[in-house]
Write a new protein. Structure first.
Length: 334
């Protein structure tokens, strides 16, 4: 990627940290610098970013994307060419309880970033969005880049508002922008409030596995490494002003994901499958819970050559390994 300097916001988070790792250690064509701006909230993985600290191409700055003076100072001081906006509040349940934080970070934070670069012609701003901005899709259809916005939770509404700001800054000020809509990510290092790591944690510790309603809700599960590959393609080959839907063509009911996790545990750890199945605990559904998400990735496949490389069960197995190792390390340390 030549010698471009990239500002990563939220680079201590699950996807942002994995993107930095990919850029610094797994690409031979990146010769620029990474500036990681992160507020280090509860969702930050400080251990993940410690691996970057000794790389001369990496700089960490603790701060809030809503801090106008800090953002402007970074953009000016580090000669930024690309802004990758990973920073976001993403936990839907938290957005229902405390929506204000989602409006502040996801909407005002995106505004602050855009406004800091709106007179800088060379800067490319990429917005990492979500399929949730489209609401729930019929089981027989999939979202595309042309789907209508129909957010159903404070979280998805805040992301939708941020996307509209990105589009408006492109139209009004000529800011160079791209947007990606991804499906549900999973993989090593994800916060335990998310569905798959929460279920893994429950299995490891033999705790009840809370599943909304009857677990019939459908999601398209995307391994984080495949998401990162897609983002890199957008940065290097994507068309300015375009949006790209990133999916894995892997729609599954939540209860089917849980049964797959249980099967993997029994295969790997032994034990009584019925005992694991007895941990399933159906709980009251959350308000505004979208029934089905699904992405049609045809555009990014055809235009940029994107194709997920990871098999779902194998990726799930690697994810289980990571959390088991983390659990055993914490137990030994204790």
């Amino acid at each position: 990627m030549d010698e471009k300097n990239i500002l990563i916001t939220g680079g201590a988070g699950f996807i942002g940290a994995r993107f930095i790792q990919h850029i610094l250690f797994e690409r031979n064509d990146f010769h620029g610098n990474i500036i990681n701006l992160d507020k280090l909230t509860y969702a930050a993985n400080k251990e993940a970013i410690e691996a970057f600290q000794n790389d001369s191409r990496y700089t960490f700055i603790e701060g809030d994307i809503c801090d106008k003076s800090k953002v402007r100072g970074i953009v000016s001081a580090y000669d930024i060419h690309i802004v990758m906006n990973f920073a976001a509040e993403t936990h839907v349940d938290r957005s229902i309880v405390s929506p204000r934080y989602f409006i502040e970070t996801n909407v005002m934070g995106t505004f602050t970033l855009l406004d800091a670069i709106r007179k800088m012609d060379k800067v490319h701003f990429h917005q990492i969005s979500t399929d949730e901005v489209f609401g729930s899709c019929p089981v027989s259809s999939l979202f595309t880049e042309k789907s209508h916005y129909n957010p159903q939770s404070p979280y998805s509404a805040s992301k939708a508002a941020a996307d509209h700001l990105v589009q408006s800054y492109a139209n009004t000020y000529g800011v160079k922008t791209t947007i990606s809509y991804c499906t549900n990510n999973f993989g090593p290092g994800q916060d335990k409030e998310k569905f798959i790591p929460k279920m893994i944690d429950c299995l490891i510790n033999k705790k009840p596995m809370p599943i909304y309603a009857k677990g019939e809700n459908i999601r398209d599960w995307l391994y984080v490494d495949d998401h990162i590959e897609a983002l890199y393609l957008i940065l290097t080959k994507g068309k300015i002003g375009s949006s790209y839907a990133i999916g894995a063509r892997n729609q599954l009911r939540n209860i089917d994901v849980v049964h797959t996790l249980i099967d993997l545990f029994v295969e790997r750890e032994g034990g009584d499958k019925e005992e694991y199945l007895s941990l399933i605990d159906y709980v009251q559904d959350r308000p505004g819970h979208d029934f089905c998400y699904g992405i049609d990735p045809t555009k990014i496949e055809n235009e940029l050559g994107y194709k997920p490389k990871n098999n779902f069960k194998e990726a799930l197995s690697k994810t289980i390994d990571w959390y088991k190792d983390l659990h055993e390390e914490a137990f030994l340390t204790f």
